[in-house]
Design a protein around this ligand. Structure first.
Ligand code: HAM
Length: 402
C-alpha cells in the first residue's frame, strides 16, 4: 500500500467541509476589505525565495523542497505565498503603474520541517497582501480584518505586535545588538550562526539558556527612529480604539527576513506547541529586492490546518431531497426527476428500487429535509409521495407541482 508522504495529508469530509467553510468566510471578508483573488504557481525559481525570505532564514536554509527540473532550472515548491505575489506584481508592471493594489490567495505551501502536531510539510495558507499603501492605517486594517475573520470562525486568539524598524533605525540597532552578543558566552550553535548571518533572529531563539542570556539585550523598540516610533504609536492607538487587545512582544522578529516596521503574530493557547495561527507585517523593501520600483507592502498569512482545529462550525439544518424508486418500473422516472431537480437543489438518490422503510432510513442518514418516493400507484397517477423529515408531514402531490 502506498501512503501519503510524511507530514502531508488528505482532507476528506467532514474535514473538507470545515476547510471550505474557512476559505468561504475568509474570502467574503477579504473581498469586503477590497482584496481581489490572485493565484500564483506552486513551483517557482529557487532564487525568488532566496532573495525574499532570505538565505539566512530556516525556511530557505533548511526547509525547501528544491530540485533541478528537466530543463536544468533550479526550482522549488513555494514555502510561503508572499514572494510569488510580489513576483507577479512586478512581472505585471503594477509597480510602474503606481496606486494601491490588494490581493488575497489560498493554497498549499511546502516546508521540509520535522512533522508534529500542527506542523506539516504540506500545509495550506490563506493570505492577503497590500501594495502601495504607506499609511500604518493599512497595517491596522489588516489586523482588524483578521479580528473579524477569527470572530466569524468562532476562534479565540492572542495578538502580539512589534516594530522591526526601517533602514534608518535598524542598522545602528543591529550594530549595538552584535556588540551585546559578542560579549555573551554560551549561546547555542544556531545563535552563533545567526549572530553572523542575521543577528536579529537571535532574539527569537527558543533555547532556555539563550533566552536567559538575552534578558538584558538592547531592544529595537527602545531605539526606533521618530517615524517608526510614531507609526507604532498610531498602530497601537487604532487597535485600542477598536477594542483589539494585544501584547507588545519586543522579541517578536518573525522567521522571514523581509519585514520592516510592523510585525505581528496571532497565537492560540488551545492547539499545543505550534501555536501561531497567523502572522504578518510590513515589507517596504521587498518589491525592490525583487527588481521592482520601490513600493511598500504589508500583509499576513494564516495556517488553515491550525484554524481547522479551532473553528466552530455553524449549525446546519436538514437540507435538500432524497428521491427513491419503490419498484423497478419507477427507476427511470426517479433518475429523470433527480437530474431535473438538481438544477435548483441538492438531491441524492440510489439507482436501485427499495422498500419505503429503506428509503426513509437512507434519507435520514443523508440528513436531507425531504424524502420523495415513486411506486406503482404514483406512476399510474402521475404523482409523487413526499415526506418532510423535519415536520414529519407527508403527502402525495402531482409530479408537475414538485
Ligand atoms: P509564516 O509565519 O511563516 O508567514 O506562516 C503563516 C502561518 O502559516 C503560520 O502562522 C502558521 O499558522 C502557518 N504555518 C507555517 N508553517 C506551517 C507548517 N509547517 N504547518 C502548518 N502550518 C504552518 C508567512 O508565510 C508570511 N508569508 C506571511 C506574510 C504575508 N507576511 C506578509 N504577508
Amino acid at each position: 500500500m502506498i501512503n501519503a508522504l510524511r507530514g502531508m495529508k488528505d482532507t476528506i469530509s467532514p474535514n473538507s467541509e470545515i476547510y471550505t467553510h474557512i476559505i468561504k468566510t475568509c474570502t467574503k471578508i477579504a473581498q469586503n476589505y477590497g482584496f481581489s483573488f490572485i493565484e500564483t504557481p506552486i513551483l517557482e525559481e529557487t532564487a525568488l525565495f532566496k532573495r525574499s525570505v532570505g538565505e539566512s532564514s530556516d525556511i530557505v536554509g533548511k526547509e525547501m523542497y528544491q530540485f533541478i527540473d528537466k530543463g536544468d532550472n533550479d526550482v522549488c515548491l513555494r514555502p510561503e505565498g508572499t514572494a510569488g505575489v510580489v513576483r507577479a506584481f512586478v512581472q505585471q508592471k503594477f509597480d510602474k503603474a503606481g496606486g494601491v493594489r490588494r490581493f488575497f490567495y489560498h493554497g498549499p505551501m511546502f516546508r521540509y520541517e520535522r512533522p508534529q502536531k500542527g506542523r506539516l510539510r504540506q500545509f495550506h495558507q490563506f493570505g492577503a497582501e497590500t501594495f502601495g499603501e504607506a499609511s500604518v492605517k493599512e497595517d491596522a486594517t489588516i489586523i482588524l480584518m483578521l479580528k473579524e475573520i477569527f470572530e466569524a470562525l468562532g476562534i479565540s486568539y492572542k495578538l502580539e505586535i512589534n516594530s522591526l524598524g526601517c533602514p534608518t533605525c535598524m542598522p545602528p540597532y543591529r550594530t549595538a545588538l552584535v556588540g551585546f552578543l559578542d560579549g555573551l558566552e554560551g549561546l547555542c550553535e544556531d545563535c552563533e550562526r545567526r549572530k553572523i548571518t542575521n543577528p536579529i533572529r537571535v532574539l527569537d531563539c527558543k533555547n532556555e539558556h539563550c533566552r536567559s542570556l538575552l534578558r538584558t539585550a538592547p531592544l529595537l523598540l527602545e531605539n526606533l527612529c521618530d517615524v517608526c516610533s510614531s507609526d507604532f504609536e498610531t498602530l497601537k492607538s487604532i487597535l485600542d480604539s477598536f477594542d483589539m487587545p494585544y501584547v507588545i512582544n519586543p522579541m517578536l522578529v518573525r522567521g522571514l527576513d523581509y519585514y520592516s516596521k510592523s510585525a505581528f503574530e496571532f497565537v492560540s493557547d488551545e492547539i499545543g506547541a505550534q501555536s501561531a495561527i497567523a502572522g504578518g507585517g510590513r515589507y517596504d523593501r521587498l518589491v525592490e529586492f525583487l527588481d521592482g520600483k520601490p513600493t511598500c507592502g504589508v500583509g499576513f498569512a494564516m495556517g488553515i490546518e491550525r484554524l481547522m482545529e479551532l473553528v466552530k462550525m455553524p449549525e446546519v439544518g436538514r437540507d435538500g431531497y432524497y428521491i427513491g424508486a419503490l419498484c423497478d418500473e419507477a427507476l427511470s422516472d426517479v433518475y429523470r426527476l433527480t437530474i431535473k431537480k438538481r438544477k435548483e437543489a441538492h438531491v441524492d438518490t440510489t439507482y436501485e428500487s427499495k422498500s419505503l422503510k429503506s428509503h426513509l432510513k437512507i434519507a435520514d442518514k443523508l440528513y436531507v429535509k425531504f424524502c420523495v418516493c415513486i411506486g406503482e400507484d404514483e406512476l399510474s397517477n402521475g404523482t409523487i409521495w413526499i415526506k418532510d423529515l423535519e415536520s414529519k408531514e407527508e403527502k402525495t402531490i402531482k409530479i408537475e407541482n414538485f
